[in-house]
Design a protein around this ligand. Structure first.
Ligand code: ATP
Ligand code: MG
Length: 235
């Protein structure tokens, strides 16, 4: 594959995906979404970045497996894919995991690469409640993947928080609906993927009820997820 030329005539930067999440635990829905985005956007690599102490999670009754355990599952899940990589960057830092800080650190570690933050539309819709969302959208490109029950008509206009839309110009004719940041040069792309209605919430419930999670999580981590006791039952 010959490198794409950028607007300046120089080879365009490699695009590297950053897939953040709680991954409590990682499942096949995450892996397929990452693979679709990697393929559709031609990403050179995909980093999976589990949150150490997610600011928006753990306030409810839902059990959260220890960060080291969630990272180990991510490592095992991506081990067979040459383009996928687990990143412990949020565990190294300690404290609350803010995506703005993570992207700052990863940008330093990947000079010359163009980062693309990958997020499902359900999470992206909540961007207004994240830390410094307007900074976030000017820091890196975003790839927003569809997730059931998204309809085909839903797009970035529905998902970008209303008060942040003014920063963007929309490109409705693009194959993937695209929004361009007016001043930062970043863009947001909607990536439509075949829906897999799989969630970690459902997997935790199945473990709790001693039901099968076969083919919902990679086989390499299935027993570990059950036996860890992180979501109770089994042991
Ligand atoms: P939970 O039910 O605990 O919220 P989850 O399955 O939503 O877990 P997260 O770790 O919250 O998993 O998600 C990490 C990222 O992956 C989010 O951006 C989310 O939208 C996306 N994602 C998770 N599952 C899917 C799926 N089945 N299809 C597309 N995107 C997904
Ligand atoms: Mg979620």
């Amino acid at each position: 594959m010959s490198p794409e030329k950028g607007e300046t005539g120089r080879p365009a930067a490699r695009r590297v995906g950053v897939f953040g999440g709680t991954f409590n635990p990682i499942h096949v829905g995450h892996l397929r979404a990452a693979e679709e985005v990697r393929e559709q956007l031609g990403l050179a690599r995909m980093l999976f970045v589990p949150a150490a102490d997610p600011p928006l999670k753990g306030r409810d009754e839902e059990p959260l497996a220890p960060a080291e355990q969630r990272l180990a599952w991510v490592e095992a899940a991506v081990a067979g894919h040459p383009g996928f990589e687990a990143s412990g960057v949020e565990l190294e830092r300690g404290g609350k995991s803010y995506t703005v800080d993570t992207l700052r650190v990863l940008a330093e570690r990947h000079p010359g690469d163009r980062l693309v933050f990958v997020v499902g539309c359900d999470a992206f819709r909540e961007l207004g409640s994240w830390y410094e969302p307007e900074v976030l959208l000017s820091q890196s490109d975003f790839a927003v993947v569809t997730r059931p029950p998204t309809s085909e008509q839903e797009g970035l206009r529905d998902w970008i928080p209303a008060d942040l839309q003014a920063d963007f110009a929309f490109d409705p004719d693009a194959v993937l609906e695209t929004a361009h940041h007016g001043s930062a040069g970043t863009r947001i792309e909607r990536v439509a993927i075949p829906g897999l209605d799989i969630s970690a919430t459902d997997i935790r419930r199945r473990v709790r009820e001693s039901r099968s999670i076969r083919y919902l999580v990679p086989e390499a981590i299935r027993e570990s997820v059950i036996k860890s006791g992180a979501y109770a039952a089994a042991a």
